[in-house]
Design a protein around this ligand. Sequence first.
Ligand code: PLP
Length: 406
Amino acid sequence: MNEILTDVFNGSFTQQEAIPKAGIDAALAVLNHGRLHRYNTSGDEIAEAALLEEEFASITGAKYCLAVASGGYAMTTALRACGVGHGDKVLTNAFTLAPVPGAIAAVGATPIFVGVTQDLVIDFDDLAAKFSQASVLLLSHMRGHICDMNALMVLCNAAKVTVIEDCAHTMGAHWNGTPSGRWGRFGCYSTQTYKHINSGEGGLLISDDADGMARAIMLSGSYMLFERHRAAPPPEMFAQIKYETPNISGRMDNLRAAILRPQLVDLQTQCSRWNALYRSMEAGLCDTPGLQLIVRPANEGFVASSFQFLLLDWPPAAVQDVIARCRLRGVELKWFGGEEPVGFTSRYDSWHYAPSAKMPKSDRILAGIIDMRLPLTFSKEDCTQITRIISSEVGSVWKNQISDKS
Ligand SMILES: *Cc1c(COP(=O)(O)O)cnc(C)c1O
């Protein structure tokens, strides 16, 4: 009891780091000159948005990059540029966040949900069984878990299914040395506050596909100023596309781009810091009875801005008990198994606009997934305290409610 009263975590699970000084200075420079719109440049000035695109293309090795208003907008633009529209079906992960099926619905298409494995990646058997229903897969690297991308691309190429990657949780990550976002026709990123670089809202889209990127640039609202883009296909690519493509404005502005550019410089350092926190979480929880860690394959170069573990086959009441006990001690855990969508933890069956057949194998996994944010304002000592709290609460619920009864 004493321990419960005194060992309480006081940190905030939603507090990110401040914008670095270089980002603040760059933002002030934009505010001072007032040219916030990406096409509002003076003389031979190059817009911050165009520079950001060039720099992100270079970091990822992509030929082309487009900065947009949000991660959700990046996904709808990629879908539209691939020709997805009203009445089409799009394969996507059952384990993902609401903006992913939302992007599919936004273009008038219907999501077909594909199951999740115990490693929290897309289930290849379920995917293969559903290939005949769609010609595009919007693959969500949910919570930074990357499936075997070599194997996935072989499967999708053989089935002639186009892959679009949702990299909201994998900026800076790779599979087998190739960056996440570079496997599919498009890679979509978010620069919203809870992602790996922070401009409040924002998104990035990368591709090597000249036709697709020309369409994406027109879609984003380029007012025929596509020649001002630098990480873009040559002007000839726009010859027909500029007449055929509607303007659906969703550009990024120079203020956000200015805030992001210095953060890109720090990205690898930040990724290492996240992973150091992740490893201390793993170390602190590895011997907890009833709790399973997620196996991370050697080829997965992940970036752990969040942490997941499984309470597999636990009764819902016991999971809720763990979450309530941890909350009393300042540790905020989220549960993907809850009946009602709360915060970001919704399940595929809470999206009633996209009805799906039940997936019992995936339901079993989803019912056990516990999720925690890992902001860089946490120290390793914070992680040690957090794991001590989780471990003791999981341990006592396990001992009193589960192990006795099994
Ligand atoms: C945040 C997020 C997105 C979309 O990002 P927004 O910028 O909020 O539109 C897409 N997919 C996943 C998995 C996300 O977490």
